[in-house]
Design a protein around this ligand. Sequence first.
Ligand code: PMP
Length: 423
Amino acid sequence: MTHEAQDQASLFDTVYTAYKEFINPPLARFMKMAGAGVEVESRGCRIYDHTGKSYLDFCGGYGVFTLGYLHPRVVAAVREQLDHMALSSRVFFNAKTAALAKALADLAPGDLSITFFSNSGTEAVEAALKLARLSTKRKHIVSTFNGYHGKTMGSLTATGRDVFKQKFEPLVPEFEHVPFGELTALDRALEGAAAFIVEPVQCEGGVIIPPDGYLKGARDLCTKHGALFIADEVQTGLGRTGYLWGVDAEDVEPDIMTVAKGLSGGVIPIGATIANHDVWMCAFGDAPLLHTSTFGGNPLACAAGLAALEVLVDENLVEKSRLQGAYLLERAQALARKHPEVIATVRGRGLVVGLELHHEGYGGVIIPESLKRGLTAAYTLNQQRVIRLEPPLIVSRAEIDEAIGILDEAVAKAHDKLGALTA
Ligand code: PMP
């Protein structure tokens, strides 16, 4: 073994051992088995590990890296901000926080205008749920089976997968789940409800696209019942689905919208809950400190967010997502036709595409075999039978071709190893 190889091996051992001892022992073992190395650098659509090997990233941080890794304009904005102030004193006004809130109001659908800033998707959802209850003075929250909204108590209660929830019961009372894509049960559930929270596409649910007219129908039912429509755009927002917002597919105007993941260009964590002015005032008009966050809206994250929104617009990334997404879907469909015994179906909207396998066992081969060949791909959190492809919106056709080439080999390998499996 050369000195260099020895150094690489010892770095891996040190990091892996620390994960096993100090972070998450079973997850560490699982990641090692899947072939994960130590990430040391990332640029554009690629990650480099401790051996210098490069990986095309089609997980995209589960939707975080819309601009790819380390977009130079976002990095420059953060560096510049760091020379002046990183976190806010919270005693003074801050220009970056103000500017990002204004930019969001300009870009958000309908008349959404007031933003509560936080640091993650689940916090953005918690704020939305509290806002809805307070604003309507009602308690009941309706969400969907198979939906995903986060893992803190409120968002977890809204999440629609039992395995994440059962061990933590009792959860938050007065929540009810209805089937996604279906309006009859929703109509009944919304009677007297504070809000309906829904993802425009159930990304973690296995990239489930609702039938045409569903989002609009749900919006109308909320209006009919005086319930608020909360669009959870944590994953679908900011161009991911080929629209600026997932709800734009049906021109729906929510009362509250949650955003996170891609909002600060993959450089500093951020979450945002954007509400209609009247909705916000009804909740917090006479109690501005009822819901707060120490780090939420900090200048570093907001500087990153402002730069990220500018890049999204200047580089036409929403349109690119639509065009490249159509190409990725077409290539993935061709892959499914070539391997019908492994891939049951393919679906997608913009640059979130799901490959539904006949059996989740195939994923256990496809994911590590892809990694071995230089491609990251992952399950969706609620549905292990679906492999998601969610590359940065800057992905090129050549990179899509490269990813499909790798998947082709990995899928063939899964079939060779496992033969014909059915669910
Ligand atoms: N809502 C949606 C739609 C999500 O996809 C996610 C994360 N996958 C969340 C909320 C939670 O976000 P976070 O992991 O940042 O808390």
